[in-house]
Design a protein around this ligand. Structure first.
Ligand SMILES: Cc1ncc(COP(=O)(O)O)c(C=O)c1O
Length: 346
């Protein structure tokens, strides 16, 4: 596990393009195994600073995912009672992780009823979607590396907003970390990452099937809704959430679910980490950006986020029976990924 205060690691990921480096920022190294650890810290901090959570306040959330484990972890550290409302029938696996940290799980059907159920509980509803809290990823990442692009998925939208806000307010005139393929440090000839010889990181959101972010961003329609749930845990939403800041994002890349799954398996083959589908979504979009840089003769660095890793993903995204049951044909994408791997130098 990560020592307190240490940044999560950057993993070099092989790509077949000279002068272009792809790094995976491994948020699965967080104490509770996901990027949601940063969200939870930010939500608790703000609720405490605003006086909404004090000694003895029951902290409440509605979520089925990693957020519950991260929040239960912080509640325990702060000595606060914690209750999470999860969608669907009771799942021992999901309940166990929260209950082991002293939290309480309630299961509610139909799934959309979790938000009203959470509001009815006597306590403070953190409401990660309604009050998405920007967190500390950007400060940490840009202290480690100055990339051309950083790629993330969007759930609440907080991560892309955090990264976009940082990069828009930290343009530099004198920190060229980009250049051409022939001279990676020259700082010229590179439309992305450089502006007048200076540097600004671009933020790309990788968006899975059924999500509203890609069509909403493309059509500039903030109330766009698909009404369909995402199959990629943690990212992709049926509507554009209030925390998503289109003005802080440079590009939204649609990623088919079959590509997310194939790319997640690719990450596992290279790193050994049983990553979730969202890490594959981000990697797929990052590979598109690497290809774009190759076509333009650009050099520089792309960072893609590993959002989480957990053994439970072995029974879903990494399992052929699961993909077949979901009607996801990953064969063609696998061929492309295998070819990429053959051509890559580590
Ligand atoms: C790779 C990845 N990117 C982004 C996110 C979502 O972040 P946010 O809720 O801040 O939009 C997640 C969430 O799990 C993730 O796994």
């Amino acid at each position: 596990m990560l020592a307190a205060g240490s940044p999560t690691p950057l993993i070099d990921f092989p790509v077949p393009v000279p002068g272009v480096r792809l790094l995976l920022k491994d948020e699965s190294a967080q104490p509770t195994g996901s990027l949601r650890h940063r969200h939870a810290r930010a939500l608790f901090r703000r609720a405490i600073l605003d006086g909404l959570v004090t000694e003895g306040t029951t902290v409440v959330e509605a979520t089925g995912g990693n957020a519950a484990v991260a929040q239960a972890w912080f509640a325990r550290r702060l000595g606060l009672p914690y209750t999470v409302v999860m969608p669907g029938e009771r799942s021992e696996a999901r309940a166990r992780a929260v209950e082991a940290l002293g939290g309480e799980c309630r299961f509610v059907t139909p799934p959309p009823a979790i938000y009203d159920a959470a509001r009815e509980i006597d306590g403070h509803f953190l409401d990660q979607f309604g009050r998405a809290a920007e967190h500390d990823l950007a400060d940490e990442l840009f202290g480690q590396v100055r990339p051309h692009w950083v790629v993330t998925g969007a759930g609440t939208g907080a991560t892309s907003a955090t990264l976009g806000r940082w990069s828009q307010s930290h343009r530099t005139a004198d920190t060229p970390t980009s250049g051409t393929a022939d001279d990676p440090a020259s700082g010229d000839g590179s439309p992305s990452g450089t502006e007048g010889g200076g540097w600004r990181c671009r933020v790309a959101v990788a968006d899975p099937d059924n999500s509203a972010y890609f069509p909403g961003w493309t059509l500039d329609t903030p109330d766009y809704a698909t009404g369909m749930p995402s199959r990629i845990e943690g990212i992709g939403r049926p509507r554009i959430e209030p925390g998503f800041r289109a003005d802080l994002v440079d590009l939204v890349v649609p990623v088919p679910d079959a590509a997310s799954v194939a790319a997640a398996r690719h990450i596992r083959e290279i790193t050994g980490l049983p990553v979730g589908g969202s890490s594959g979504t981000a990697l797929w979009a990052a590979l598109e950006l690497v290809e774009r840089m190759r076509a333009r003769g650009e050099a520089g660095t792309v960072v893609s986020l590993i959002g989480d890793a957990a053994d439970r993903h072995l029974a879903t995204y990494h399992d052929d029976g699961w993909t077949a049951g979901k009607g996801l044909d990953i064969g063609q994408v696998r061929q492309y990924v295998d070819e990429l791997r053959r051509r890559s130098v580590v």
